[in-house]
Design a protein around this ligand. Sequence first.
Ligand code: G6P
Ligand code: ZN
Length: 582
Amino acid sequence: MFRIVSFPTTPSKDQKPGTSGLRKKVETFRKQQYLVNFVQSIFDSLPDIQGKTLVLGGDGRFYNSKAIRIIARMAAANGVGKLLIGKDGLLSTPAVSAIIRQRKLYGGIILTASHNPGGADEDFGIKYNVSNGGPALENLTSMFYENSQRISSYKLAMHVDFPDQEDPFEHTLSRIDQQGLSDVYTCQDTGNTFEMEIISSVDDYLHLMKQLFDFSQLKQFTSRSDFRMLLDSMNGVTGIYTRRIFVEELGLPKEYLMRDIPKEDFGGHHPDPNLVYAHDLVELCDPNKNKQAVPNFAAAFDGDGDRCMILGTGFFVSPADSLAVITANADCIPHFRAQKLKGVARSMPTAAAVDFVAEKRNMTCYETPTGWKFFGNLMDADLAQICGEESFGLGSNHIREKDGIFTALCWLSILASKNEQQPIGKLISVEDIVKKHWETFGRNFFSRYDYDHCKAPAVSKLLQHIKEIQTEAMKQKGGQLLDYPVKLKVADSFTYIDPVDHSKTENQGYRFVFEDNSRFVLRLSGTSSSDATVRMYFERYSKDVALTSQPVEQVLRPVIDIALKSLQISQILGKTQPDVIT
Ligand code: G6P
Ligand code: ZN
């Protein structure tokens, strides 16, 4: 039995959700009513939540368990009928999306700051997903924000007998490790019931993966004596999935898994699968550095399991190439074979490799703003079935989030299918597949520079400067940027009109596209928890075989140089080097 108590509160500043939910330092979430204010604002934006079922879980980062306890009490007090909580409070982002869709739930709350570091001094985050399994769209997230700015009270379930200290749901929440446990509590004020169930973090997701992939084919392939792989969970939540799927289901050795125990602080690292933060894995895949058994295939996942980096032996697959190769080889993947592929989508800053595949396969290619939520409408309307982003996110219409393990399984399916007839010792490698792809479609060279911790005045000066040079350059038809030999074709700020609901999203990144289609793009990150991060993206396309085998950095140099020079990056930001290059 519990009762509902309303507590007075005042709005917290800074509760505008970013690209993917609200992300702040743990310290901020712990301050006064920061967490309760935002959670109450979510419930206040969902007037028909009464009696509905929600799922709740997170990537296990610091403050996960505490937040779960608070949110459970608020959910009950706000009339939620049933709350499904992942065992130990753990659920990956793709698993939440799968659970919402398979169980036809009203929505879900995911506690994650994705690839941002975790720990008492690091980041925490909260994200709301709707009934299609995807992140809440702008209209809803701006309602969360508006409500957060006029909030005056929040509701909390209290113990009837010990209002001061006892958590009314102690019986369930202290047994969060007991999968299958289910308790029903009654509200003294309304007579309604509130049920809480501890569910498996993995079952629903595994069930879905088995429908999408041929596990017996994968088992046969991965057990080849000339095949070896490494999966790096970066101490994030995917460890519980990789153990179950790859070790228990596919029967692979435990040694194929790295950093597979979720840790509250991700071992002090950024759980971000890129060449910088997953450096250990990159070295293990490099035959010049690792003299032991080098894997033929490796993947790294971020904290909440929606991002994935793919590696071969001494070979890095760029996210745009991963999207293009998977699309081009969709017939190797049962999930894609079983449907008619009509379209693909990529975010604007993502290199255009998949565009060439789409053209050849008669598929429409959509270009969206950064943020997975923009793919939701395209998938719901069955316009696009495969989507991807430069930030190592790739997924499909099986759920409404990007999906790291799904991406790795797609690659394994491609490898399995290409190697079906190959004798032992003659394995067609990841590198062979990508190079063959470049031969057919050409290569999109891509690199991203991140400038972290930029201060507001410098950033506004930079944006002002960009606007000026864009206007100046476009005044003349075929504008010129300094002494760059190729003329500018487009210099604008990206606007997206959603083809389904026709909503318009403006200011999604400054584009400078040259007549040879090489380009650079600049935008501000929407996921940093403090200060601003400036991202610059560089791209150049070539079908010339002499060029496609050159190092990325060398091929992109002219584009990078002209971008840095014309935008006066080092002068304005006061940084001679980017903080991260991927
Ligand atoms: C999150 C979103 C992605 C998006 C990324 C961009 O991970 O889920 O869909 O690509 O953020 O982050 P940024 O920091 O560039 O805004
Ligand atoms: Zn993530």
